[in-house]
Design a protein around this ligand. Structure first.
Ligand code: FAD
Length: 381
């Protein structure tokens, strides 16, 4: 059993750090003016980030799960814009990866190159006004018609929705079959009968634009029903597995950056004639932050290692999602407290990290739902 990243994976983390750092300048304005940072996205795409794990034959980077985790961990260390990192995760795990896993040859050839090279951003639309945690009871319907399907419904909380070139929409073909009647549909930009709303204002992750989709007799050609056969439940499960397992990889890097920053501050800031780090009550916070970062890393790499072996990791995905998101919130609070009044000022960026972190308890299934998944594995719940 190895507890170290290989030299290649360490190089990938270093690459992610360098790239993330260079993106910061072009991202500086994005959270304030709420515009989509095309230049940063294009730069990330040029460096291969928008095609991580997508086969090279479709324009992606290929690579392995550990390498993707290391690159994204590095990105989160270097890039201080949590919203941008989150938008990238939604694009990769919510849209590009399901197409790579389930798409027909024609779908992969038609859509993946544009998703990988930065021309298109991907999104995943599952949530509806009446179907959040209870996603399998969604109401959006897909009715067969000549040459395709008519989609009717209302999708909400779609990360990347307002700017997406491709949105993977989960809809019900056969409501009587419940979750087994679901299918995925690849909606391209400006599909007739679809109306986008947004971006909606939200608490954090500001660079990641969120929107809604109204589908009124929206025609989707049969060639854009994802994959062959009744795959809706499998698409949902696998998208959630990858998303829950890797969406918080950049956060693990951000936790390391935040910890180093707090240590430096605690060594330099003096009160009562001593660096505040010498007070046990402050040092303990730093120790707790370190422990959380270690636990978050293990959870991330345990998931990535299993996927590297081609194994199923639904439980480990839930553990990674729950562990990292809750650890990040607790550490953001400690970081603010260590910085005292300065931590509360927007200019230090720590309050922004806390606002970003709070979303982690909700997206890709709430913390309660992750606990529910783990409880089922334990034979309870
Ligand atoms: C930043 C962000 C990005 C998002 N991006 C996307 C996206 O790209 N695509 C997409 O489709 N959706 C997205 N979502 C939506 C997200 O997946 C849902 O908000 C989430 O699944 C919860 O659904 P809900 O908001 O309807 O809450 P509800 O399901 O109504 O839950 C409300 C509360 O009840 C609790 N609860 C519900 N059922 C149970 C239960 N059985 N046991 C215990 N507690 C329960 C929940 O944990 C929560 O605390 C995003 C959300 C956020 C905040």
């Amino acid at each position: 059993m190895h507890f170290e990243l290989s030299a290649d994976h360490q190089a990938r983390k270093a690459f992610g750090i360098e790239l993330g750092t260079t993106l910061n300048d072009s991202l500086a304005a994005a959270p304030h003016d709420r515009t989509w940072p095309h230049a940063a996205w294009t730069a990330a795409a040029k460096a291969g980030l928008t095609g991580l794990l997508i086969p090279e034959s479709y324009g992606g980077q290929g690579g392995d799960a550990l390498g993707a985790a290391a690159t994204l961990e590095g990105l989160g260390y270097g890039c201080t814009d949590g919203g941008f990192c989150f938008a990238l995760g939604a694009h990769l795990w919510g849209c590009a990866m399901p197409i790579a896993l389930f798409g027909t040859e024609e779908q992969k050839a038609a859509l993946l190159p544009g998703l990988c090279d930065g021309r298109m951003v991907g999104a995943l639309a599952i949530t509806e006004p009446e179907a959040g945690s209870d996603a399998f009871h969604l109401r959006t319907g897909a009715q067969p018609t000549a040459g395709g399907y008519l989609l009717r419904g209302h999708k909400t909380f779609i990360t990347n929705g307002p700017i997406a070139g491709v949105t993977l929409v989960l809809a019900s073909e056969e409501p009587a079959r419940g979750a087994h009647g679901l299918a995925g549909f690849l909606l391209e930009h400006e599909a007739p009968g679809s109306t986008r709303r947004g971006p909606v204002a939200k608490m954090g992750l500001t660079t990641a634009q969120m929107g809604e989709l109204l589908l009124k007799e929206c025609f989707v050609p049969a060639t854009r029903r994802l994959g062959d056969g009744r795959l809706g439940m499998a698409i949902f499960s696998h998208a959630m597995e990858w998303e829950r397992g890797l969406i918080l990889a950049p956060v693990v890097g951000a936790m390391q950056r935040q910890l180093e920053r707090c240590i430096a501050y605690a060594q330099q800031r003096k009160q009562f004639g001593r660096p505040i780090g010498q007070f046990q009550l402050v040092a303990t916070k730093l120790v707790d932050m370190h422990l959380r970062w270690e636990q978050a890393r293990w959870a991330l790499y345990r998931f990535a290692w299993l996927k590297q072996q081609g194994r199923s990791a639904f439980r480990e995905a839930a553990i990674a999602k729950l562990t990292i998101s809750e650890a990040w919130i607790a550490s953001c609070q400690d970081a603010m407290q260590i910085h005292g009044g300065y931590g509360y000022l927007s200019e230090t960026g720590l309050e922004r990290e806390l606002r970003d972190a709070l979303a982690g308890r909700i997206y890709s299934g709430t913390s309660e739902m992750q606990r529910q998944v783990i409880a089922q594995w334990l034979g309870v719940g």
